[in-house]
Design a protein around this ligand. Structure first.
Ligand SMILES: [Zn+2]
Length: 499
């Protein structure tokens, strides 16, 4: 068996977001893509919130790779790309019936987690390519999908999903892939271990070691060690050695860390409550950050404060509550937690809207369904999550007779909200005499923890991804027997060969 492996970075090269890795295992004759995201730092200025409606505009903005070479030929769908400016959604769905995309050499796309800088491209994918992802990740992707409009970047018709959970092994023509849960700022995140013909390759995904579920990241490290102890793989004997061949490691925060954790967020919040002279808190965090939602909602409950979220967010959490795999995802509970109030955003009928309204009606909890004027006339003692609110409407509706405080959590650069500039909002709130605090715990590991993670894996080769400072890896590991490979060519992708 030929034991050559080609790893090509097609995105996420010396920048945060837009991970897209092509792994070609010549031994098993398998070609895989790992993640398929776009870089939101480039996306937002290019499209200025006007969602792209054709694939060419994404190529031009260098957001997705232009397919070059035989392996990537027919990477994109021929029939399923939806130009929402030219067509209606229903019409497009009808048109796609019985359409089959041309054959492709890609055997699968693995999505590590439900952040759009890792999965944005799936709508454009050739429908013959199966998408392997975690059960929770698919659930989150589809919950976001429901509350977004019908657009090109939201057209999932015809996708071939293949779901996994930790403990499963994916086998593609003999090449085994082991997905293991890791802790990150969105539930259901994974790293991958590939038992390639050239040896073990680890893809870290986005991870942290300071989060509430950091034991999960530890599970991936344990699995790697277990495989090495067993001397299991490489399957071909030529390359059988006891080291990981290559680690593709995220480095979002390789250049700067803050000693923080969800526990410190909770502690800081408790400190604010010790001497409370504010009547309400405005809070901002990414919708998928379940840990932050739980921290804030729990504190609110303990102090008998209301916790107000938009109905769009309520729908998202409601769907994730249902059939939750992790018990942590049933807390908070949209139906059962009566201190959670749901803010009507508009009177337009969206397909997802009846779910929340009907749920509240059925359980005789319509008193939890409130309007903006209820906030304006409120007597206070509430948290309001403002992340997905129309800011103008929010500013007009705030209760002037009460004292408010803004708690801002950093929105990481993978979300749609990234360019919803907190600084501008802070200024506007200050005009209304609302001061602000910054309270956060990042989804990404601090430099110390990245170093620890790499030392545990101790790979022969290391490729930094999802970082603006890959050369820091080189410096940090300069006295170690680890070959740090800095991806160079941002324009055409970067390829290395391992054998
Ligand atoms: Zn992420």
């Amino acid at each position: 068996m030929k034991s050559t492996l080609k790893i090509t970075l097609l995105g996420g090269i010396n920048e945060i977001g837009g991970n897209c890795v092509l792994l070609e295992d010549l031994g098993f004759d398998v070609n895989l893509l790992i993640d398929f995201g776009i870089n939101f730092e480039r996306y937002n200025p290019s499209f200025n919130y006007d969602a792209p409606s054709n694939i060419e505009s994404l190529f031009k903005a260098k957001l997705i790779p232009r397919p070059k070479g035989e392996v990537l030929r027919n990477l994109y769908s021929k029939y399923y790309i939806f130009n929402h400016k030219k067509q209606r959604h229903g019409q497009k769905v009808g048109e796609c019936k019985n359409k089959t995309d041309p054959p492709t050499k890609i055997h699968g796309l693995l999505i590590s987690h439900a952040h759009r800088d890792h999965y944005y491209g799936i709508t454009l994918l050739n429908r013959n390519i199966p998408i392997y992802t975690g059960v929770t990740t698919k659930k989150i992707i589809l919950s976001h999908y429901d509350t977004r409009g019908f657009r090109m970047d939201n057209f999932y018709t015809g996708l071939k999903w293949k779901l996994f959970r930790t403990g499963n092994i994916i086998d593609i023509k003999g090449l085994e892939i082991i997905p293991i849960h890791v802790d990150h700022s969105v539930p259901g995140s994974y790293g991958f271990i590939f038992k390639t013909s050239a040896g073990i390759v680890v893809y870290s995904g986005d991870f942290r070691l300071h989060g509430p579920l950091s034991y999960m990241t530890g599970d991936l490290l344990l699995k790697v060690k277990e495989l090495l102890r067993r001397g299991d793989p490489p399957k071909n004997e030529i390359n059988n050695n006891s080291r990981v061949k290559c680690l593709i490691c995220e480095g979002t925060h390789i250049h700067k860390g803050a000693i923080e954790s969800e526990r410190t967020v909770k502690k800081n919040l408790k400190t604010l409550f010790k001497n409370i002279f504010f009547n309400y808190f405005l809070v901002k965090y990414d919708r998928g950050d379940w840990d932050r939602f739980r921290t804030y909602a729990t504190i609110a409950k303990q102090h008998n404060w209301k916790y107000i979220i938009t109905e769009k967010d309520a729908y998202f959490y409601y769907r994730l509550n249902k059939k939750a795999i992790y018990p942590t995802m049933k807390n908070p509970h949209i139906r059962k937690d009566d201190h959670i109030y749901i803010l009507k955003q508009s009177h337009r009928r969206y397909p997802w809207k009846p779910f929340i309204e009907n749920m509240l009606k059925k359980h005789e909890k319509m008193w939890r369904y409130i309007e903006f004027e209820d906030i304006t006339n409120s007597e206070g003692n509430f948290f309001l999550n403002i992340t997905s609110l129309n800011k103008e409407q929010l500013l007009e509706s705030l209760p002037n007779h009460l004292k408010g405080l803004f708690l801002s959590s950093t929105i990481d650069p993978y979300t749609d909200h990234f360019y919803d500039d907190s600084k501008t909002l802070e200024k506007k709130l200050l005009n209304l005499h609302i001061p602000s605090y910054r309270i956060n715990a990042s989804g990404h590991a601090i430099p110390h923890d990245i170093y620890k993670y790499i030392m545990e894996i101790n790979p022969e080769n290391l490729i930094p991804i999802h970082t603006k400072y890959p050369e820091l890896f080189e410096k940090l590991l300069s006295n170690k027997d680890i070959n740090v490979i800095i991806p160079q060519d941002k324009e055409n992708g970067f390829q290395i060969e391992v054998s």
